[in-house]
Design a binder for this molecule. Structure first.
Ligand code: H79
Length: 458
């Protein structure tokens, strides 16, 4: 009687010990503690600003097919112009970006104050921007360029302290077992490919393994194209677990599963995989308590380069978008679409420089900042907050009452609190009265786009 009990106890004890010793990284997502999750998300929340790069075979076409301008976003041209795969392949043989310089791209991002880069490892057209052994539809075998773009970018990012992340579409308009079968309407959401499972097992997962094992630690896997019929929520959870079994610390966006609510991008209630919401081309109206999110947006109208698209947003709009997003607790993933020669367009570079200049002065109010504890102010501007400060970011100097901004008295406010201009260090007159704080701005704001007033707390 005693012996088996002892044996059982021993086995149980060993099992218990083994479980307790299981490294946290090996626990599935649903067993991750809130602290472990917070630790995994920490760099992302600190970063607040990243660069999206859309680049591939579609960049060669630049929005034009057989002499015709094609409507829609540039990277969709294969679908928009109903280009047969074999014809589309001929453009890959013209992809030879003689000015591609990964280091220059990383420097542009760095100077803009961006902390991470998300590049299209594979967009909907299925083309791999890296040296893939899984498929010949890649940079090495389908183009004369024959350089591993992701490897060069990984090295440049490591050198400049930027987190490298991969966009990866679940769709594949080039693969016979995926949406290629739907030609000429690759994006038809009513059609099914009975071999989709085979595509998942023989292309998508093996390519993801390449991406996760060859380029060091990847910050984010940024999935897209999850709306296709054949991709299920079970597959979403499977892919999520697969990715995290290879890189346990990686962040995965919500498009890995089927929980996204349209372009608003946040995740529906329910059991869905993914670490954060992905509003596309929009900024949520208000902050979202307890939810991590990132708005991805273009600087003009297209993601991939389109020669005719000159609808550039102003520096003012871009800087204020960043402020608006951070004041609501989100990240800003701002896109560039390099030319087929490998150049980030000059209008993009100019705007990024302006953003970098603004951040060099005012970054304290952005990096690691959290959502405003208050609703939007009555004057033009936003709030962000950190543990020891509240930042009032002023877009326009209120004329009445002359130069005064007001805000509810924040937690941690005391008689020792002071208000200063981040740009100059100048101390501003501040009055607290009846639960409100009033700060008097100088006659001329140091920055007409966005001037930051720091209100110290504690
Ligand atoms: O990679 C970028 C887009 O290509 C991708 N997501 C971002 C990050 C994306 N995939 N689908 N969509 C965006 C929505 C697509 C909308 C449109 Fe169209 C594509 C509008 C015009 C072209 C599809 C074809 C819907 C209408 C026509």
């Amino acid at each position: 009687m005693k012996k088996p009990t002892l044996l059982v106890s021993c086995v149980l004890l060993i099992a218990l010990f083994a479980t307790a010793r299981l490294p946290a990284e090996n626990l599935p997502r649903w067993q991750e503690t809130p602290e472990q999750r917070a630790e995994r998300m920490a760099w992302f929340k600190e970063a607040r600003f990243g660069m999206f790069i859309h680049w591939g075979v579609y960049s060669v076409l630049g929005g034009t097919y057989q002499g015709d301008q094609v409507a829609g976003i540039g990277e969709w041209i294969m679908q928009q112009a109903a280009i047969p795969p074999a014809d589309y392949e001929t453009y890959a043989s013209m992809f030879n970006p003689r000015f591609f310089d990964a280091d220059a791209w990383a420097r542009i991002a760095k100077q803009a104050g961006m902390k991470y880069i998300v590049i299209t490892s594979k967009h909907h057209d299925g083309f791999a921007l890296w040296n893939s052994q899984v498929s010949p539809w890649d940079i090495m075998e389908a183009t004369p360029f024959r350089r591993d773009i992701l490897k060069e970018l990984a090295d440049a990012c490591a050198k400049h302290g930027i987190k490298l992340c991969f966009y990866h579409s679940i769709m594949d308009w080039h693969h016979p077992d995926a949406q290629r079968a739907f030609y000429p309407s690759y994006n038809d959401n009513k059609q099914s490919n009975p071999n989709f499972r085979r595509y998942l097992d023989t292309k998508m997962k093996p390519q993801l393994r390449e991406l996760l094992t060859r380029y060091g630690e990847i910050g984010i896997l940024w999935f897209d194209g999850e709306w296709v019929n054949d991709y299920t929520t079970e597959m979403g959870k499977e892919i999520d677990a697969f990715v995290r079994s290879i890189q346990p610390k990686i962040i995965v966006n919500n498009r890995v599963d089927k929980g996204r609510q349209g372009m608003a991008g946040l995740t529906r209630a329910g059991d869905f995989a993914g670490d954060y919401g992905t509003p596309e081309q929009e900024i949520p109206a208000t902050g979202l308590a307890g939810v991590d999110w990132e708005s991805c947006m273009t600087m003009n109208d297209t993601w991939a380069w389109k020669a005719s698209d000159t609808k550039w947003k102003s520096n003012e709009v871009l800087i204020r978008n960043l402020v608006d997003i951070v004041s609501k607790g989100g990240n800003y993933l701002l896109n560039v679409g390099p030319t087929p020669e490998g150049i980030i367009p000059r209008p993009s570079v100019e705007r990024l420089r302006a953003m970098g200049a603004w951040l060099a002065v005012n970054g304290e109010a952005i990096y690691g900042a959290e959502a405003s504890p208050f609703a939007h102010p009555t004057w033009q501007g936003r709030f962000t907050r950190k543990a020891d400060a509240l930042y009032a970011i002023v877009f326009e100097r209120p004329a009445r009452p002359d130069g005064w901004i007001n805000l509810p008295q924040p937690d941690g406010f005391s008689e020792c609190s002071e208000a200063t201009l981040l740009a100059t260090g100048e101390r501003l007159e501040m009055v607290a009265r009846q639960g409100q704080v009033f700060v008097n701005l100088p006659d001329r704001l140091p920055d007409p786009v966005a001037t930051v007033v720091k209100i110290s707390l504690k």
